[in-house]
Write a protein of this length. Sequence first.
Length: 271
Amino acid sequence: MTGPSTADPAAAEAVFAPAEQALVDALPAGDVVADIGPGSGTTTVRLAERANRVYAVDNDEAMLAMVRERAERAGFGDRVITLRHDLDDGPVPLPEPVSLIWSGACVHHALSWQDAVNGLAGLLAPGGVLALGEGGLPARCLPWDVGVGRPGLEARLDAAHNEWFLAWFESRPGVVRDGRGWPELLRSAGLGDVTSRSVLLDLPAPLSPPARQVALAELAARVGRARAFLTETDRDTWDALLDHTSSTWLGHRDDLALLTARTVHIGRKHG
């Protein structure tokens, strides 16, 4: 759900995997499943442990290459089939119905969320489940006052990042604004038994070296995207905190943590 937002998606997925796997492992797999927007393949491989065929679908061939490599390393190369496709081009051309579709942090990139959900729902076999990993809560890594700049730095980053996303969302020709939540989109696609659940990822300080690197990379990625919407003071503060040559570099701190929540919305296709 997180990988491609940083330069090392596999490292990020490894850190966030416990939360995503807790959501995925609670889903019924069945014989044939699909992973829409698989990142580097962490969840694809997890699904392949329980299914005979997993279709991994992405519009980025570089990510699909990572999926194939990871599946081969895990011994599931014969179970994972990659397919390059963009949800904005219509329903995924899968050759057979699937019993489960998992899509983590992918559908919100579509021009029309409802059209994308409709297309995915149409790929399900009777009784099949569509699970959308969307929403949750932004990560919290820092104390309210880090001793540099104004306190409340991370909360203001959330607000600036939201402004960046809004600007990106509205800038795309043909984008459709939809004022409904994900459960309503699932119901409108004809799915029933709609539910939602969330899990917490709570990695307290001090973080392990891999988790620390991912937390820093995630913060840097968010700051990079939201930069134009930050105040000059906050930009300067983040520049200092993210500069590994600075005495205030966040990597020197022992109180860096990682706390976030992941949410999945689930609907079932009745026969």
